[in-house]
Write a protein that binds this ligand. Sequence first.
Ligand code: ATP
Ligand code: MG
Length: 136
Amino acid sequence: MEKTLVIIKPDAVKLNHIGEIISIYESNGLSISKMKMMKATEELLKKHYIEHIEKSFYPSLIEFMLSGKIVVLEVTGEKAVSKVRELNGVTDSRNAAIGTVRNLFGTDLQQNAVHGSATAGDSSKELEIWFKEGEN
Ligand code: ATP
Ligand code: MG
């Protein structure tokens, strides 16, 4: 069994799509093993998006991620990392395959409804950032 981190981003939370997004994971053989709603902080986002810190879109990404509440999920299942990435669709919502989370609920390249860890290595790092040890 593999674990991955999903963040339902502020755009999708504001548009009341939390339930529908979770349903997509659950109806595709994945389980929600941890979940919390919260406001992100600059400190957490800096750790999470460390690979993008020098990119031109970083300030606007941080502003977007701080623009409302997020829902943080630990998703568990066989091949959870790649399955979630497939169910989420490509980064730019406008190019995401029909029926994917980003196709259904995202708007563009930045406002793309969800984050999913890219690799198993990333998922363990990201789960440590968002769920501190012992936290359910
Ligand atoms: P995520 O990491 O959120 O699952 P991803 O791996 O498909 O998405 P990344 O390249 O890691 O995409 O980018 C992280 C996030 O930064 C994207 O999900 C998107 O919200 C935002 N982003 C990426 N590229 C751009 C860009 N060129 N302009 C604006 N925002 C961007
Ligand atoms: Mg990424």
